[in-house]
Design a protein around this ligand. Sequence first.
Ligand SMILES: Cc1cc2nc3c(=O)[nH]c(=O)nc-3n(C[C@H](O)[C@H](O)[C@H](O)COP(=O)(O)OP(=O)(O)OC[C@H]3O[C@@H](n4cnc5c(N)ncnc54)[C@H](O)[C@@H]3O)c2cc1C
Length: 339
Amino acid sequence: MQDSLSFDVAVIGAGPVGLACALEVQRRGLRVVVLDKGALVNSLVGYPTNMEFFSTPELLEIGGYPMSTLHYKPLREDALDYYRRVAQAENLTLRLYERVIGLEGEQDNFTVVTDKGRLHTRYVVVATGFYDLPNYLNVPGEDLSHVSHYYKEPYAHVGQDVVIIGAKNSAAKAALQLLRAGARPTLLVRGPEIPESVKYWIRPDLVNRIKEGRIGALFNSTATRITPGAVEVATPNGPQTLPAQFVYALTGYHPDFSFLSALGVACGTDAAQTPAHNAETLETNRPGLYLAGTVCGGRNTSRWFIENGRYHAQLIAARLAGEPAPALPSVVQPVQLAS
Ligand SMILES: Cc1cc2nc3c(=O)[nH]c(=O)nc-3n(C[C@H](O)[C@H](O)[C@H](O)COP(=O)(O)OP(=O)(O)OC[C@H]3O[C@@H](n4cnc5c(N)ncnc54)[C@H](O)[C@@H]3O)c2cc1C
Protein backbone atom coordinates (compact mmCIF):
# COMPACT_ATOMS: atom_id res chain seq x y z
CA MET A 1 0.00 0.00 0.00
CA GLN A 2 1.25 3.46 -0.90
CA ASP A 3 0.32 6.13 1.63
CA SER A 4 0.85 9.69 2.80
CA LEU A 5 1.62 11.23 -0.56
CA SER A 6 0.56 14.85 -0.78
CA PHE A 7 -0.38 16.90 -3.83
CA ASP A 8 -2.16 20.12 -4.60
CA VAL A 9 -4.34 18.52 -7.26
CA ALA A 10 -5.34 14.93 -7.97
CA VAL A 11 -6.74 14.36 -11.45
CA ILE A 12 -8.85 11.22 -11.80
CA GLY A 13 -8.65 9.95 -15.38
CA ALA A 14 -5.66 9.99 -17.74
CA GLY A 15 -7.70 10.73 -20.86
CA PRO A 16 -6.97 13.69 -23.14
CA VAL A 17 -8.87 16.09 -20.89
CA GLY A 18 -7.39 14.75 -17.65
CA LEU A 19 -3.90 15.13 -19.10
CA ALA A 20 -4.71 18.66 -20.28
CA CYS A 21 -5.86 19.55 -16.76
CA ALA A 22 -2.74 18.09 -15.20
CA LEU A 23 -0.29 19.94 -17.41
CA GLU A 24 -2.09 23.26 -17.11
CA VAL A 25 -2.13 22.95 -13.32
CA GLN A 26 1.50 21.84 -13.15
CA ARG A 27 2.60 24.76 -15.34
CA ARG A 28 1.16 27.05 -12.68
CA GLY A 29 3.44 25.56 -10.05
CA LEU A 30 0.97 23.20 -8.39
CA ARG A 31 1.93 19.60 -7.58
CA VAL A 32 -0.34 17.25 -9.48
CA VAL A 33 -0.88 13.51 -9.74
CA VAL A 34 -2.94 11.75 -12.42
CA LEU A 35 -4.65 8.50 -11.49
CA ASP A 36 -6.17 6.07 -13.96
CA LYS A 37 -7.71 2.68 -13.38
CA GLY A 38 -6.27 1.54 -16.71
CA ALA A 39 -3.62 2.53 -19.21
CA LEU A 40 -2.65 6.04 -20.26
CA VAL A 41 -5.54 7.35 -22.42
CA ASN A 42 -7.35 4.14 -21.61
CA SER A 43 -10.50 4.97 -23.60
CA LEU A 44 -8.48 5.55 -26.78
CA VAL A 45 -6.65 2.26 -26.19
CA GLY A 46 -10.09 0.60 -26.33
CA TYR A 47 -11.28 2.34 -29.52
CA PRO A 48 -11.42 0.37 -32.82
CA THR A 49 -7.90 -0.57 -33.88
CA ASN A 50 -7.82 1.39 -37.13
CA MET A 51 -10.14 4.15 -35.98
CA GLU A 52 -9.83 7.55 -37.62
CA PHE A 53 -10.83 10.62 -35.59
CA PHE A 54 -13.56 12.89 -36.94
CA SER A 55 -11.56 15.93 -35.82
CA THR A 56 -8.54 17.32 -37.59
CA PRO A 57 -5.31 17.15 -35.56
CA GLU A 58 -5.11 20.73 -34.30
CA LEU A 59 -8.49 20.30 -32.60
CA LEU A 60 -7.19 17.42 -30.49
CA GLU A 61 -4.03 19.18 -29.29
CA ILE A 62 -3.36 19.95 -25.64
CA GLY A 63 -0.77 22.14 -23.95
CA GLY A 64 0.22 23.78 -27.23
CA TYR A 65 2.03 20.69 -28.54
CA PRO A 66 1.50 20.23 -32.27
CA MET A 67 -0.01 16.90 -33.32
CA SER A 68 1.55 15.96 -36.60
CA THR A 69 -0.07 13.24 -38.66
CA LEU A 70 0.49 11.88 -42.13
CA HIS A 71 -3.23 11.96 -42.80
CA TYR A 72 -5.91 14.64 -42.92
CA LYS A 73 -7.57 13.01 -39.89
CA PRO A 74 -5.48 11.45 -37.09
CA LEU A 75 -5.65 7.72 -36.57
CA ARG A 76 -6.02 6.17 -33.12
CA GLU A 77 -2.32 5.32 -33.09
CA ASP A 78 -1.38 8.93 -33.88
CA ALA A 79 -3.39 10.09 -30.88
CA LEU A 80 -2.03 7.37 -28.59
CA ASP A 81 1.50 8.35 -29.48
CA TYR A 82 0.76 12.07 -29.22
CA TYR A 83 -0.79 12.01 -25.73
CA ARG A 84 1.98 9.72 -24.46
CA ARG A 85 4.61 12.15 -25.75
CA VAL A 86 2.84 15.10 -24.13
CA ALA A 87 2.62 13.31 -20.77
CA GLN A 88 6.33 12.49 -20.97
CA ALA A 89 7.37 15.95 -22.15
CA GLU A 90 5.54 17.53 -19.22
CA ASN A 91 6.96 14.93 -16.83
CA LEU A 92 3.52 14.32 -15.36
CA THR A 93 3.26 12.13 -12.27
CA LEU A 94 1.10 9.21 -13.43
CA ARG A 95 -0.33 6.42 -11.32
CA LEU A 96 -1.77 4.01 -13.87
CA TYR A 97 -3.79 0.87 -13.17
CA GLU A 98 -4.89 2.45 -9.91
CA ARG A 99 -8.65 2.85 -9.55
CA VAL A 100 -10.08 5.64 -7.40
CA ILE A 101 -12.85 4.29 -5.20
CA GLY A 102 -13.60 7.08 -2.75
CA LEU A 103 -12.88 10.55 -1.46
CA GLU A 104 -12.72 11.57 2.17
CA GLY A 105 -12.30 14.95 3.82
CA GLU A 106 -12.82 18.35 2.31
CA GLN A 107 -11.17 21.02 0.17
CA ASP A 108 -7.53 21.61 1.18
CA ASN A 109 -7.58 18.32 3.07
CA PHE A 110 -8.94 15.62 0.78
CA THR A 111 -7.88 11.97 1.01
CA VAL A 112 -8.25 10.12 -2.29
CA VAL A 113 -8.86 6.43 -1.66
CA THR A 114 -7.73 4.04 -4.37
CA ASP A 115 -7.55 0.28 -4.75
CA LYS A 116 -3.82 0.56 -4.00
CA GLY A 117 -3.68 3.13 -1.23
CA ARG A 118 -4.47 6.70 -0.23
CA LEU A 119 -3.09 10.10 -1.09
CA HIS A 120 -3.70 13.61 0.16
CA THR A 121 -4.59 16.58 -1.97
CA ARG A 122 -6.10 20.02 -1.75
CA TYR A 123 -8.28 19.73 -4.88
CA VAL A 124 -9.66 16.96 -7.06
CA VAL A 125 -10.53 17.02 -10.77
CA VAL A 126 -12.73 14.21 -12.08
CA ALA A 127 -12.15 13.56 -15.79
CA THR A 128 -13.47 10.00 -16.00
CA GLY A 129 -15.28 10.21 -19.35
CA PHE A 130 -18.04 7.79 -20.28
CA TYR A 131 -16.50 4.89 -22.18
CA ASP A 132 -16.36 2.26 -19.43
CA LEU A 133 -20.07 1.51 -19.10
CA PRO A 134 -22.12 0.41 -22.15
CA ASN A 135 -25.82 1.16 -22.47
CA TYR A 136 -27.10 -2.38 -22.19
CA LEU A 137 -29.98 -3.67 -24.28
CA ASN A 138 -31.18 -5.70 -21.30
CA VAL A 139 -32.23 -8.68 -23.42
CA PRO A 140 -31.55 -12.33 -22.64
CA GLY A 141 -28.25 -13.55 -24.05
CA GLU A 142 -26.53 -10.17 -23.98
CA ASP A 143 -23.86 -11.65 -21.73
CA LEU A 144 -22.95 -14.50 -24.11
CA SER A 145 -19.32 -14.67 -25.17
CA HIS A 146 -19.96 -13.85 -28.84
CA VAL A 147 -21.64 -10.55 -27.90
CA SER A 148 -19.56 -7.41 -27.36
CA HIS A 149 -20.26 -3.74 -26.74
CA TYR A 150 -16.83 -2.75 -28.04
CA TYR A 151 -15.82 -3.23 -31.68
CA LYS A 152 -12.10 -3.46 -32.39
CA GLU A 153 -11.50 -4.91 -35.88
CA PRO A 154 -13.10 -7.17 -38.49
CA TYR A 155 -10.46 -9.81 -39.14
CA ALA A 156 -11.83 -12.50 -36.81
CA HIS A 157 -15.17 -12.41 -38.64
CA VAL A 158 -14.30 -13.36 -42.22
CA GLY A 159 -17.13 -15.45 -43.70
CA GLN A 160 -19.27 -14.96 -40.57
CA ASP A 161 -22.71 -13.44 -40.00
CA VAL A 162 -22.30 -10.39 -37.79
CA VAL A 163 -25.27 -8.47 -36.39
CA ILE A 164 -24.57 -4.89 -35.39
CA ILE A 165 -27.15 -3.31 -33.12
CA GLY A 166 -27.22 0.48 -33.45
CA ALA A 167 -26.91 2.93 -36.33
CA LYS A 168 -24.71 5.79 -35.24
CA ASN A 169 -21.19 6.49 -36.47
CA SER A 170 -19.51 3.62 -34.64
CA ALA A 171 -22.06 1.08 -35.91
CA ALA A 172 -21.93 2.50 -39.43
CA LYS A 173 -18.15 2.34 -39.58
CA ALA A 174 -18.08 -1.18 -38.15
CA ALA A 175 -20.62 -2.44 -40.73
CA LEU A 176 -18.61 -0.98 -43.64
CA GLN A 177 -15.34 -2.34 -42.32
CA LEU A 178 -16.81 -5.79 -41.70
CA LEU A 179 -18.22 -5.91 -45.25
CA ARG A 180 -14.86 -5.01 -46.76
CA ALA A 181 -13.07 -7.61 -44.66
CA GLY A 182 -15.28 -10.41 -45.95
CA ALA A 183 -17.90 -10.72 -43.19
CA ARG A 184 -21.69 -10.62 -43.69
CA PRO A 185 -22.90 -7.66 -41.60
CA THR A 186 -26.52 -6.84 -40.80
CA LEU A 187 -27.54 -3.67 -39.01
CA LEU A 188 -30.39 -3.69 -36.56
CA VAL A 189 -31.80 -0.17 -36.46
CA ARG A 190 -34.40 1.05 -33.95
CA GLY A 191 -35.49 4.00 -36.12
CA PRO A 192 -36.84 4.18 -39.68
CA GLU A 193 -33.53 5.02 -41.39
CA ILE A 194 -29.80 5.55 -40.91
CA PRO A 195 -29.78 8.77 -38.85
CA GLU A 196 -28.81 12.03 -40.52
CA SER A 197 -26.32 12.54 -37.67
CA VAL A 198 -24.04 9.88 -39.18
CA LYS A 199 -21.09 11.76 -40.68
CA TYR A 200 -21.64 13.05 -44.21
CA TRP A 201 -18.70 11.08 -45.57
CA ILE A 202 -19.88 7.80 -44.01
CA ARG A 203 -23.67 7.85 -44.43
CA PRO A 204 -23.95 7.68 -48.26
CA ASP A 205 -21.44 4.82 -48.37
CA LEU A 206 -23.52 2.86 -45.88
CA VAL A 207 -26.91 3.72 -47.41
CA ASN A 208 -25.70 2.63 -50.86
CA ARG A 209 -24.27 -0.65 -49.57
CA ILE A 210 -27.63 -1.34 -47.90
CA LYS A 211 -29.45 -0.53 -51.19
CA GLU A 212 -27.13 -2.98 -52.99
CA GLY A 213 -28.02 -5.62 -50.41
CA ARG A 214 -24.39 -6.11 -49.43
CA ILE A 215 -25.09 -4.90 -45.90
CA GLY A 216 -28.34 -6.18 -44.43
CA ALA A 217 -30.52 -3.76 -42.49
CA LEU A 218 -33.73 -4.11 -40.50
CA PHE A 219 -35.37 -0.81 -39.58
CA ASN A 220 -37.89 -0.05 -36.84
CA SER A 221 -36.60 -3.23 -35.27
CA THR A 222 -35.19 -4.24 -31.91
CA ALA A 223 -33.41 -7.30 -30.56
CA THR A 224 -35.51 -9.34 -28.15
CA ARG A 225 -33.12 -12.21 -27.43
CA ILE A 226 -29.62 -13.32 -28.34
CA THR A 227 -28.82 -17.01 -28.59
CA PRO A 228 -25.63 -18.81 -29.67
CA GLY A 229 -25.74 -18.28 -33.45
CA ALA A 230 -28.78 -15.99 -33.76
CA VAL A 231 -30.50 -12.76 -32.79
CA GLU A 232 -34.27 -12.77 -32.37
CA VAL A 233 -35.77 -9.51 -33.55
CA ALA A 234 -39.11 -7.72 -33.23
CA THR A 235 -39.86 -6.09 -36.61
CA PRO A 236 -42.95 -4.26 -37.89
CA ASN A 237 -43.73 -7.46 -39.84
CA GLY A 238 -43.47 -9.70 -36.80
CA PRO A 239 -40.66 -11.67 -35.18
CA GLN A 240 -37.63 -12.61 -37.24
CA THR A 241 -34.46 -14.55 -36.50
CA LEU A 242 -31.12 -13.33 -37.87
CA PRO A 243 -28.15 -15.68 -38.04
CA ALA A 244 -25.25 -14.24 -36.03
CA GLN A 245 -22.01 -15.90 -35.08
CA PHE A 246 -20.97 -12.53 -33.63
CA VAL A 247 -23.00 -9.62 -32.27
CA TYR A 248 -21.91 -6.04 -31.64
CA ALA A 249 -24.29 -4.00 -29.51
CA LEU A 250 -23.04 -0.48 -30.27
CA THR A 251 -25.72 1.42 -28.41
CA GLY A 252 -23.57 3.97 -26.64
CA TYR A 253 -22.06 4.37 -23.20
CA HIS A 254 -22.63 6.42 -20.08
CA PRO A 255 -20.61 7.83 -17.18
CA ASP A 256 -20.26 5.89 -13.94
CA PHE A 257 -22.97 7.59 -11.90
CA SER A 258 -22.42 5.39 -8.86
CA PHE A 259 -18.76 6.47 -8.81
CA LEU A 260 -19.79 10.12 -9.03
CA SER A 261 -22.25 9.59 -6.20
CA ALA A 262 -19.54 7.89 -4.13
CA LEU A 263 -17.48 11.07 -4.52
CA GLY A 264 -20.44 13.13 -3.34
CA VAL A 265 -21.37 14.62 -6.72
CA ALA A 266 -25.13 15.03 -7.06
CA CYS A 267 -26.50 13.75 -10.37
CA GLY A 268 -29.42 15.57 -11.96
CA THR A 269 -32.95 14.34 -12.47
CA ASP A 270 -32.89 15.50 -16.11
CA ALA A 271 -32.71 12.93 -18.92
CA ALA A 272 -28.93 13.28 -19.08
CA GLN A 273 -28.58 12.93 -15.29
CA THR A 274 -26.15 15.83 -15.58
CA PRO A 275 -23.66 15.77 -12.69
CA ALA A 276 -24.02 18.94 -10.62
CA HIS A 277 -21.40 21.52 -11.52
CA ASN A 278 -21.11 25.24 -12.06
CA ALA A 279 -20.85 25.75 -15.83
CA GLU A 280 -18.45 28.68 -15.40
CA THR A 281 -16.09 27.23 -12.82
CA LEU A 282 -16.73 23.48 -13.28
CA GLU A 283 -16.77 23.10 -9.49
CA THR A 284 -19.28 20.51 -8.28
CA ASN A 285 -21.62 20.71 -5.33
CA ARG A 286 -18.68 19.41 -3.24
CA PRO A 287 -16.32 22.37 -2.79
CA GLY A 288 -12.84 21.74 -4.17
CA LEU A 289 -14.04 18.89 -6.42
CA TYR A 290 -14.18 19.76 -10.14
CA LEU A 291 -15.45 18.00 -13.28
CA ALA A 292 -13.72 18.16 -16.67
CA GLY A 293 -14.30 16.71 -20.12
CA THR A 294 -16.99 14.36 -21.29
CA VAL A 295 -18.23 13.43 -17.83
CA CYS A 296 -19.73 16.94 -17.51
CA GLY A 297 -22.51 16.04 -19.96
CA GLY A 298 -23.81 13.00 -18.10
CA ARG A 299 -25.70 10.75 -20.50
CA ASN A 300 -25.42 13.43 -23.17
CA THR A 301 -22.09 11.99 -24.25
CA SER A 302 -21.85 14.09 -27.40
CA ARG A 303 -22.04 17.42 -25.53
CA TRP A 304 -18.38 17.49 -24.56
CA PHE A 305 -15.55 15.81 -26.43
CA ILE A 306 -11.84 16.44 -26.87
CA GLU A 307 -12.23 19.48 -29.15
CA ASN A 308 -14.14 21.51 -26.59
CA GLY A 309 -13.52 19.58 -23.34
CA ARG A 310 -9.79 20.31 -23.48
CA TYR A 311 -10.56 23.96 -22.63
CA HIS A 312 -11.91 22.89 -19.25
CA ALA A 313 -8.26 22.48 -18.28
CA GLN A 314 -7.53 26.18 -18.61
CA LEU A 315 -10.62 27.18 -16.67
CA ILE A 316 -9.86 24.87 -13.76
CA ALA A 317 -6.12 25.57 -13.67
CA ALA A 318 -6.63 29.34 -13.64
CA ARG A 319 -9.13 29.07 -10.83
CA LEU A 320 -6.96 26.79 -8.69
CA ALA A 321 -3.98 29.10 -9.22
CA GLY A 322 -6.04 32.14 -8.24
CA GLU A 323 -5.88 33.70 -11.71
CA PRO A 324 -8.77 35.46 -13.48
CA ALA A 325 -10.86 33.16 -15.68
CA PRO A 326 -9.28 33.01 -19.14
CA ALA A 327 -11.11 34.12 -22.28
CA LEU A 328 -11.93 30.94 -24.13
CA PRO A 329 -12.85 30.36 -27.78
CA SER A 330 -16.44 29.87 -28.80
CA VAL A 331 -15.80 26.13 -29.26
CA VAL A 332 -16.36 25.83 -25.54
CA GLN A 333 -19.97 26.46 -26.44
CA PRO A 334 -20.36 22.86 -27.55
CA VAL A 335 -21.29 21.67 -31.00
CA GLN A 336 -22.88 18.26 -31.18
CA LEU A 337 -20.64 15.38 -32.17
CA ALA A 338 -22.70 12.26 -32.82
CA SER A 339 -21.06 9.18 -31.38
C1 LIG B 1 -15.09 6.03 -31.58
C2 LIG B 1 -14.95 7.42 -31.03
C3 LIG B 1 -14.47 8.44 -31.81
C4 LIG B 1 -14.29 9.73 -31.31
N1 LIG B 1 -13.81 10.72 -32.11
C5 LIG B 1 -13.65 11.96 -31.61
C6 LIG B 1 -13.14 13.03 -32.41
O1 LIG B 1 -12.84 12.86 -33.61
N2 LIG B 1 -12.97 14.24 -31.85
C7 LIG B 1 -13.28 14.49 -30.54
O2 LIG B 1 -13.10 15.63 -30.09
N3 LIG B 1 -13.78 13.52 -29.76
C8 LIG B 1 -13.98 12.27 -30.27
N4 LIG B 1 -14.50 11.28 -29.49
C9 LIG B 1 -14.85 11.58 -28.10
C10 LIG B 1 -13.60 11.58 -27.24
O3 LIG B 1 -12.78 10.48 -27.47
C11 LIG B 1 -13.95 11.65 -25.80
O4 LIG B 1 -14.77 12.73 -25.65
C12 LIG B 1 -12.69 11.84 -24.98
O5 LIG B 1 -11.97 10.63 -24.83
C13 LIG B 1 -13.03 12.41 -23.67
O6 LIG B 1 -11.86 12.62 -22.96
P1 LIG B 1 -11.90 12.59 -21.40
O7 LIG B 1 -10.51 12.83 -20.98
O8 LIG B 1 -12.99 13.45 -20.90
O9 LIG B 1 -12.35 11.08 -21.04
P2 LIG B 1 -11.69 9.68 -21.42
O10 LIG B 1 -10.77 9.81 -22.56
O11 LIG B 1 -12.80 8.71 -21.53
O12 LIG B 1 -10.80 9.34 -20.14
C14 LIG B 1 -11.39 8.95 -18.92
C15 LIG B 1 -10.35 8.15 -18.15
O13 LIG B 1 -10.83 7.99 -16.80
C16 LIG B 1 -10.42 6.71 -16.35
N5 LIG B 1 -11.25 6.34 -15.19
C17 LIG B 1 -12.59 6.14 -15.17
N6 LIG B 1 -12.99 5.85 -13.92
C18 LIG B 1 -11.89 5.87 -13.11
C19 LIG B 1 -11.65 5.64 -11.73
N7 LIG B 1 -12.65 5.34 -10.88
N8 LIG B 1 -10.39 5.75 -11.25
C20 LIG B 1 -9.36 6.05 -12.09
N9 LIG B 1 -9.54 6.28 -13.43
C21 LIG B 1 -10.77 6.19 -13.92
C22 LIG B 1 -10.62 5.82 -17.57
O14 LIG B 1 -9.85 4.64 -17.49
C23 LIG B 1 -10.14 6.75 -18.71
O15 LIG B 1 -8.77 6.59 -19.02
C24 LIG B 1 -14.66 10.00 -29.97
C25 LIG B 1 -15.18 8.97 -29.18
C26 LIG B 1 -15.33 7.70 -29.69
C27 LIG B 1 -15.89 6.63 -28.79
